[in-house]
Design a protein around this ligand. Structure first.
Ligand SMILES: Nc1ncnc2c1ncn2[C@@H]1O[C@H](COP(=O)(O)OP(=O)(O)OP(=O)(O)O)[C@@H](O)[C@H]1O
Ligand SMILES: [Mg+2]
Length: 313
């Protein structure tokens, strides 16, 4: 049996979140926030953390900054039992500053090591020792991106199943290596906007149809409207779980964690979607993308309350 259920290659950084700032932010003024959280952020690390909290055996490969922020970020993953034996080290951590203003937010990122992971940093044997390979935030991987098709091909060749959540393309170009990666992706996990951008479609239905021609399982996340999936010409929809939202940061990554956790247990697509929605909603019930998942008792309690089919385990 594989030691790892899943290997994830990607970025790690802390999120610094200042709540309650005024909507207008004039320069040269002292603007007071009403709340502050420093938490493990970044799509790939959030996924690794939350998957491990659910009980999957996770190996995470990243480039971490040799500084206090990098140390704290790694500590958060270690607490959850994520395997970090193949992590590479760089000079300066990246950081994301998030300024929510009601429903809108400023997201300011200094990349640092976030975009410095190189193909040479990866131990392919380590990655291939898992049953499944995943990447998130594809377009932030500036160094790695040209090699990602080769990486996915190697993982498929080694017999792993694969998944990809591109997240946003900061350049809004949606090209580069993506077309060469998709043939080696088993599960694609975009949100609605990303699905349309990747497929150059004007509506979600067209996007789903086009993407389903390239990828076996396409799952589109739709915020408070839940998720849709297509596999083998069959279409599945799953409503969101009703929740009092504290913070939507990381809901998409938490959805991925729930979906993949069930996929790795061999569950059917309906169960994977339901569990994705459950975890996405759970993430919104606390600050940032990982705070809710730090309290294992709280996870169980939330699942007991909301999972009518009692799949949470
Ligand atoms: N307001 C909400 N109420 C209930 N569930 C939600 C809500 N917002 C998000 N979710 C859950 O989280 C999932 C992912 O959210 P969303 O569609 O916003 O993904 P995303 O845009 O990829 O997020 P991210 O910004 O984290 O990358 C949804 O499919 C849903 O299950
Ligand atoms: Mg997302």
């Amino acid at each position: 049996m594989s030691k790892l259920d899943i290997a994830i290659a990607g970025e790690i950084n802390l999120d610094l979140i200042l709540y309650g700032l005024p909507e207008q932010m004039p320069t040269e003024r002292e603007l007071l926030a009403s709340g502050f959280t420093i938490t493990l952020g970044s799509s790939s690390a959030i996924l690794a953390h939350n998957l491990a909290a659910l009980g999957s055996r996770v190996g995470f490969v990243t480039k971490v900054g040799d500084d206090a922020f990098g140390t704290l970020a790694m500590e958060r993953l270690r607490e959850r039992g994520v395997d970090l034996t193949s992590v590479a080290h760089g000079a300066e951590s990246g950081v994301t500053l998030i300024l929510p203003h009601g429903l809108q937010r400023h997201i300011l990122t200094y990349p640092g090591t976030i975009s410095e992971l190189r193909f040479e940093d990866l131990d392919l044997d380590y990655l291939a020792s898992a049953r499944h390979f995943h990447m998130s935030s594809l377009f932030l991987q500036r160094e790695l991106l040209p090699h990602v098709p080769e990486l996915f091909r190697a993982m498929k060749f080694a017999g792993l199943t694969t998944s990809l959540d591109t997240n946003d393309d900061p350049d809004d170009r949606w090209d580069g290596a993506l077309e060469d990666i998709l043939p080696y992706v088993d599960i694609l996990l975009p949100n609605e906007r990303e699905a349309m951008k990747i497929s150059r479609a004007d509506d979600v239905e067209t996007a789903l149809r086009r993407l389903a021609q390239k990828v076996e399982t396409v799952v589109v996340k739709m915020g408070a409207r839940g998720a849709i999936a297509i596999r083998g010409g069959e279409r599945f929809t799953a409503p969101a779980v009703t929740v009092t939202v504290v913070d939507p940061i990381g809901a998409g990554d938490s959805f991925d964690a729930g979906f993949l956790h069930q996929f790795l247990r061999g569950s059917d697509l309906t169960t994977c979607l339901a569990y994705g929605n459950l975890c996405g909603a759970f993430s919104t019930s606390a600050c940032g993308g990982t705070e809710a998942f730090r309290d294992v008792t709280r996870i169980r309690e939330f699942f007991r309350q909301h999972d009518t089919r009692n799949q949470a385990q």
